[in-house]
Write a protein that binds this ligand. Structure first.
Ligand SMILES: N[C@@H](CCC(=O)N[C@@H](CS)C(=O)NCC(=O)O)C(=O)O
Length: 267
């Protein structure tokens, strides 16, 4: 039995649902409301002490970390294969996935909070003390600090600028890579494409799709990804209409400043 602890809009959960769909396996859904802090309740902290989704339970065994989970699923359910056959290409897929864990996921948190989620937090926690209690409740001290900076200063935060620049460089690199093949590592869909799908999506939801106006290969890749059954079932089906207009509106307002930041990047 497979049970996924997840959340509708969580980027890390999106990639796991994408793989589950590609593999055609049945799974049980245990959705957590991250806004009300269900991920920090003692019963979930027993499953993932970091208080983060996704977590996968397979026949009583627990796994956390989305990239670990999708590799596991690819091994346990080999069809269709989502890793290339030759070792060098497999290593390239893992290299791309590692970059997400090495920083790009954190940069996504910076963008999401800096553009949009900060407005909801500030509205819900309307005193400095309430906001500080929220920051202090975040288990990971690094994420705590990042949230303090971008929730307080938004897109004017130097930390926000750093995140935009990191994304601009990443998208430029992906655009160059995708000039010579259909998917990130070669001509077949792999875990690398699936792992990056949620990040293109988050940028689009934050009204930052202008970031690939000058990146035709990335634009083509992202459009193709969105037509796959895995994307439709793992991402589109779960998009929460309560958040999308807020994210889009906040992004629209932030875009002129973001476009200026992008123009200053030497990618
Ligand atoms: N490296 C982890 C990151 C997991 C993570 O950051 N999950 C976010 C959703 S994408 C979460 O649970 N956030 C809860 C919170 O912010 O309290 C993974 O890849 O699974």
């Amino acid at each position: 039995m497979l049970k996924l602890y997840h959340n509708d809009m969580s980027s890390c959960a999106q990639k796991v649902r994408f793989v589950l769909q590609e593999k055609g396996v049945e799974w049980e859904s245990e959705e957590l409301n991250l806004r009300t802090g269900e991920q920090l309740k003692p019963e979930f902290l027993k499953i993932n002490p970091k208080g983060l989704v996704p977590a996968l339970e397979h026949d009583g065994k627990i796994l956390v970390e989305s990239n670990v989970i999708i590799e596991y699923l690819n091994e346990v359910f080999p069809d269709p294969p989502l890793l290339p056959t030759d070792p060098y290409s497999r290593a390239l897929v893992r290299g791309w996935m590692k970059r997400l864990d090495d920083g790009m996921h954190l940069e996504t948190i910076v963008l999401s909070f800096g553009v949009a989620f900060r407005h909801q937090l500030i509205a819900a926690l309307d005193t400095d003390e309430a906001l500080e209690r929220h920051f202090a409740s975040i288990p990971d001290p690094y994420i705590q600090e990042v949230q303090r900076q971008v929730v307080t200063a938004g897109i004017a935060s130097p930390r926000f600028e750093q995140a935009i620049k990191a994304f601009e460089k990443l998208l430029s690199e992906l655009d160059r890579e995708l000039a010579s093949h259909a998917w990130i590592v070669g001509d077949d869909l792999t875990l690398a494409d699936i792992a990056y799908a949620p990040y293109g999506t988050r940028l689009e939801h934050l009204h930052l799709h202008g970031m690939w106006d000058d990146k035709p290969n990335f634009a083509r890749w992202y459009a193709a990804l969105k037509t796959t059954p895995g994307y439709r079932a793992g991402l589109t089906k779960w998009f929460n209409p309560k958040y999308l207009p807020l994210m889009d509106e906040a992004g629209k307002q932030a875009w002129p400043r973001i476009a200026e930041l992008i123009a200053s990047v030497d990618a």
